[in-house]
Design a protein around this ligand. Sequence first.
Ligand code: F6R
Length: 606
Amino acid sequence: MCGIVGVLGNHEVAPIILEALKRLEYRGYDSAGIATVRDGRLDRRRAVGKLANLSDLLVHEPLAGRAGIGHTRWATHGGPTVKNAHPHRVGPVAVVHNGIIENFRELHDELSAIGLTFDSETDTETVAALTAHHLTSGLSPREAAAKTLGRLQGAFALLFLFDGEPDLMIAARKGSPLAIGHGDGEMFVGSDAIALAPMTDRVTYLEEGDYAFVTRAGVEIFDAAGRRANRALTRIQIEATRIEKAGYKHFMAKEIAEQPVVVAEAISHYASLQDRRLTLPDGVDFTNVDRLVLVACGTASYACQVAKYWFEQFAGLPVDVDIASEFRYREPPLSPTSWAVFVSQSGETADTLAALRYAAEKVAKVVSVVNVASSSMARESDLVLPIHAGVEVGVASTKAFTCQLTVLALLALKAAEDKGRMTPDQIAAQLDALAALPGLMSHAERLGPRIAEIAASLAEAQDVLFLGRGPMFPIALEGALKLKEISYIHAEGYASGELKHGPIALIDAHVPVVVFAPHDGLFDKTISNMQEVMARQGRVLLVSDAKGVAEAGAGTWTTLTLPEVAPQFAPILHAVPAQLLAYHTAIAKGTDVDQPRNLAKSVTVE
Ligand code: F6R
């Protein structure tokens, strides 16, 4: 969370930094700020709320200078106020920070004891204060920053800028990613390469514990032990970093609509539909694997929950699914013959990354299923399976979810093949079923106007329940998560058979209940649970196919008819109406669809 940018440019940098921050706003939008060095002196502007507010401020109070650092904030320590906004400045140093300084209280107390006072409630200000203190005691900016970094505990990406140093930025990475961009006589630093894409396609990623002295002439990188380090310069694909709404009102709408294309793309990377066979990379061999652990957060964890059904049913492979934040501190025993699979859109989620590091060396293979192929998780895995969803900007994950599901389904089919649980003909038939999905998803997407009508009524609700059984249970969880995060309506997902063990007490005529029930082997059971809801005046929206709606639609509040789909892949199709229900409900409520309150897209704090 929080996006940071630095520029040592040949022109005025405030507009360049602002533009880069726009590309990082998905990381947080509680406040934003920029500091520059102008005529040798630090100056800064900060504003609460979205970047647009900082942009307005800069119109009235322009900020000159050819060296600068900027920040877009997701608040951790201290509320979203101007005083808590970054950059934090203490005397001759300004700092922007992503992450959490865990020992900031200790540093705060030490610095207070020697007479320093603080302006903000943030952990970051202690970093600026400590560095300023070292400068006052005669150290150079490089020495002062290095000494400060030696004292910091926690996870962070930091950028320092100094009075009297218009050709120096100091960058440091521990736990949170940081990329250095190389221009022609200009240098850039950003939380990710996407932020830097308009300026350069030549990027060096700092590694864990690295710090760097950046000048217009280049960069000197040091590892955690203070030794000079060589880090590779890579070229990023600018095309892959384009972020435009392409005529859609919101990124979320665009990303929902893109799903047929990106799911087809994901399939094409791991299967040949023409030859009707799997083409997963060498190294994906489950022959000697006896257990899988799937670990993720939020929406990605629901993809793992669906995948558990696939791995168990297709391949007979036992699967444990864990939420990353619980997994890492539970310190579960892991078998050396198991694989640990980490699923993440960003590849940077702090809890999932820490869980990955915990599993490394304990399992036979660490596998990551990520959207950002250059992410920390990808770099630290034995095997990386990119999901090829393209840049996802909307804070609520949509196309990444269905692409995660698609790649996990293909992985489960490979496990079935390796374990001798499916013949080549059976694999071919499964691939035919998977290949039908993009077309079926386009069909589902065309239900948008009908879903908008239903959403107008859903928007009046205080609480909404989502039900599903088997692999549709995680889709119920996902439907509820999507609705609460962007419409702020309280929603819960339940396994439909679990309702009678307590939650059914919530049902009355005011609680809409969304039931995902494709006409599969579990249909009758799910419908029995739906009838129990209707018997208590519950207002049911049944999402099924034509057969299901014909059999069970009577007496419901309303129905949504999806095209018929192979039951094992129904979760991928049903994700689309779940997303559209949330999207149109949020539109009806007038909430901020792409940047819902209190959230950020890349969760790089624990
Ligand atoms: C919800 C959502 C989040 C993410 C979660 C994990 O719409 O987007 O729940 O799924 O924060 O993020 P990644 O996949 O980047 O690890």
